[in-house]
Design a protein around this ligand. Structure first.
Ligand code: AP5
Length: 212
């Protein structure tokens, strides 16, 4: 089944996607990861996107739609999780057209619900490996050795947009542009809301039960 996994910043989309990829052999399209890769490789798109992302704002719909179109084609029909896309109603409308043009169907749009105070704790405490992208948390999932990735030994750092002054802008962008997607998907009959509070395994069990 092809799914959209959406929710506010820090809700656990990346964490849950990693489990779904490992356990259900699904393809994973994370627009945040694709953008960070472009920034790392200093592509023209990456150079433009960096300032927007560091400030906590959204990259333009046109750029994101083109990026997802290419990523879907690369999956060659494998079932997928879309993580971080769509993030606006125009992106959701474009997705419908993209899927139809590639002969694909969306099974479900799953919304991860997490209260704001928990989001703040998750985001300010998150640390990521610069080399392999593994995700940690200073309280709930610390690295064995401080600042060093357990998986690959790479440097573990705080994302620029996880600093408190930027998180406010990200949450505002979410409230204004992304939260209307709940109504959008509800109207299409493919929407389920998942409680994103609890252990990673508890949340995974709730998500997996939606996949049939
Ligand atoms: P993106 O990378 O997509 O950021 P986001 O949506 O803000 O999501 P996050 O990566 O912050 O959080 P997450 O939900 O994946 O949480 P995670 O699993 O890491 O996008 C970054 C930027 O790119 C955007 O701001 C924008 O500029 C741009 N962009 C991307 N897509 C775009 C689009 N479509 N249109 C326009 N612009 C776009 O978990 C967070 C922390 O919580 C971790 O430390 C984790 O260990 C911990 N945690 C996870 N689960 C649990 C749990 N159950 N209990 C306790 N802690 C937990």
């Amino acid at each position: 089944m092809n799914i959209v996994l959406f929710g506010p910043p820090g809700a656990g989309k990346g964490t849950q996607s990693a489990l779904l990829v490992e356990r259900k052999s699904m393809g994973h399209i994370s627009t945040g990861d694709l953008l960070r890769e472009a920034v790392k490789n200093q592509t023209p798109l990456g150079m433009k996107a960096k300032a927007i992302m560091d400030a906590g704002n959204l990259v333009s719909d046109d750029v994101m739609i083109g990026m997802v179109d290419e990523a879907l084609q690369r999956l060659k029909g494998k079932s997928f999780i879309l993580d971080g896309f769509p993030r606006t109603v125009p992106q959701a409308e474009a997705l419908e057209k993209l899927l139809a043009s590639q002969g694909l169907k969306l099974g479900k749009a799953l919304f991860l619900e997490v209260p704001r105070a928990s989001l703040l704790r998750r985001l300010t405490g998150r640390r990521v490996c610069q080399a392999c992208g593994a995700v940690y948390h200073i309280d709930t999932r610390p690295t064995r050795k401080e600042g060093v990735c357990d998986v690959c030994g790479g440097a573990v750092v705080q994302r620029k947009d996880d600093h408190e002054d930027v998180i406010g802008t990200r949450l505002e962008a979410y409230d204004k542009s992304t939260s209307p997607l709940k109504k959008y998907f509800e109207g299409r009959g493919s929407f389920s809301e998942i409680d994103g509070v609890g252990s990673t395994e508890e949340v995974y069990a709730r998500l997996a039960s939606q996949l049939g």
